[in-house]
Design a protein around this ligand. Sequence first.
Ligand SMILES: Nc1ncnc2c1ncn2[C@@H]1O[C@H](COP(=O)(O)OP(=O)(O)OP(=O)(O)O)[C@@H](O)[C@H]1O
Length: 295
Amino acid sequence: MRLVMEHLSKQFKNKIAVENIDTELREGVYGFLGANGAGKTTLMQMICGIIEPTAGEVKINGENNIQMGERFRDMLGYLPQEFGYTPGFTAKDFMLYIASIKGLPPRFAKRKTKELLKLVNLEKDADRKIRTFSGGMKRRLGIAQALLNDPKILILDEPTAGLDPKERAYFRNIIAEMSKDKIIIISTHIVSDIEYISDQVLIMKKGKFILQGSAEELLKEVKNEVWSCRVPNNQWSNFERTHCVANSHAMKEVIEARVISVSSPIEGAITVEPTLEDLYLKFFSDEIQEEGACI
Ligand SMILES: Nc1ncnc2c1ncn2[C@@H]1O[C@H](COP(=O)(O)OP(=O)(O)OP(=O)(O)O)[C@@H](O)[C@H]1O
């Protein structure tokens, strides 16, 4: 299967949310990584056919997604960022309700509901009302409903928002298990969610993909630019203001810091193995702070 974005753009009045994106996705897991407002949700909504592009198009095996209509919806599973749960429904009733909207046969829907609630670890909570669910449980239910029609294209917008570390790990395992025959797109600004499960990471900034590749390939972008160093206490405030500090740890007379910098930030600094988090900071620190930005 081929999902192609061709010159894809979306403009809202005078705001360009997505700008001229050209890329091709095949089966596998794709992580869209970007700061808030980068354009991830808008792009996902265009892929899902929920909003129309201002220019360009999305093609599935050569066919326009919107023109495909029902045939496209049959192969799509989507978890929006803000999902409207019906608080008075039980998890099971909610799944059956979504299944009926998707037009799935009742017997198939019943079997699939059972199977998916088990997959997302809500089997024991199937008959509990959603209003009694934690945020993480609701998110897992959201993932389950997106899988009801055995989608070939699965789009999850911020699927791990509100999940605790254990639930995040569980989520990563679920995705890894089903990635073989699907195109799975996950958007997030949480690097660790996609670092280990994405075949490709696409870094989105101001409506464009500025980098695309496997985590390994992308890490080359920050090779020899991540440093471990010790900064004397009396120099720290100036140092922190003028450098891109990934993290720091106060010791007795010095602050030990991890810094992203093209050249050695201070005498005695040594380069260390970069992580995707460092890469993210390199490209987005300018949106977090003006001074000390890495690019
Ligand atoms: N319906 C709309 N009308 C006007 N501007 C919009 C609309 N939807 C999105 N935008 C703007 O387009 C830009 C991209 O928004 P989008 O929600 O796609 O980003 P995002 O990367 O998903 O961020 P977040 O994670 O915060 O949702 C933002 O500046 C946003 O304010």
